[in-house]
Each structure stands twice: as structure tokens, then as C-alpha cells.
Design a protein. Structure first.
Length: 150
């Protein structure tokens, strides 16, 4: 039997990951905002501070100064401390539209972060793999930051 992939498979991304954090939901949400904002890092852990205006319609962008930068997205929804949702091109400078969701819930003394990134666009070869590694690294840094507050 021959399996034929849908042409949409080449145009879509659907990545999910769950991270358990040994910290309160409030500490975890604060750590998330810090990691996505001023303490953000790029490839090779190079500092890449971002601005995250944590309110509905707020921008998430990299400010390079002198009116230069890169708009990654807009806060579509925020319900502290349980949800942060961002829509936009993110770090991709090609034809793409993304939705990123961080959903947090308490599980005993821990917090569980359910992360999902869905996108539709013209992805260059190998790009999806780099995205998933980057999102996983952010989750690990949030986990470390939030647990260090205990």
C-alpha cells in the first residue's frame, strides 16, 4: 500500500510539549513572562532581550534601537496566571502565520505548562526542527527560573 502525504503537511507546523515545574503557578507565569521578555536568549544562548507587552493586543518584539527591530506577534489572549496566547510571524521572516499558546495549570504543588505552536506558511527545509528545539529550551529555562524561587 502506498501512503501519500497531504500537500498541507509541507505548509503546516503543529508542535506541542508539556513541562512540569516544581513551583507555584504564579511563580511559573512570572518566569515565563521574564523568559519571553527581557531575559530571552537566542541560538547558542546569546542574549536576545525582547519586549512583551503582557496585555491583550500587546506587542511581542525585539527592539534593536533607533526605531529598528522585529515584531514577532501580538498578545491575542492573556488570563493570568493560566494562559498566554500570541499570534504573528514570530521569528520567521517569510510568509507564515503562527499561534503560540502557553496554558498553565496547578497539579498538586507543581505547575504544568502545556505549550502548543501551530503555524501555516512556506517553511524552508530544516526550519521546523530548529523551532521545536528553541521552544523546548524556553520551557527548560522557565522551569529552572521558577523552581529557583522556591
Amino acid at each position: 500500500m502506498v501512503s501519500i502525504a497531504s500537500p498541507l503537511d509541507e505548509l503546516t507546523l503543529d508542535f506541542t510539549v508539556e513541562t512540569r515545574v516544581a513551583a507555584s503557578i504564579d511563580d511559573t507565569f512570572s518566569a515565563l513572562l521574564e523568559e519571553l521578555g527581557p531575559d530571552n536568549v537566542g541560538m547558542g544562548n546569546a542574549p536576545m532581550p525582547m519586549v512583551l507587552e503582557a496585555h491583550p493586543g500587546g506587542r511581542w518584539y525585539r527592539d534593536l534601537g533607533d526605531g529598528n527591530g522585529h515584531c514577532w506577534g501580538m498578545v491575542q489572549a492573556i488570563r493570568r496566571p493560566a494562559l498566554l496566547e500570541i499570534s504573528g510571524p514570530l521569528m520567521m521572516s517569510f510568509a507564515v502565520s503562527s499561534n503560540v499558546q502557553y496554558r498553565l495549570k496547578t497539579d498538586g504543588d507543581d505547575t504544568v505548562i502545556s505549550f502548543r505552536h501551530t503555524a501555516l506558511g512556506l517553511f524552508p527545509d530544516g526550519y521546523r526542527e530548529n523551532l521545536t528545539a528553541g521552544w523546548t529550551a524556553i520551557g527548560e529555562r522557565v522551569q529552572k527560573r521558577a523552581t529557583s524561587r522556591r
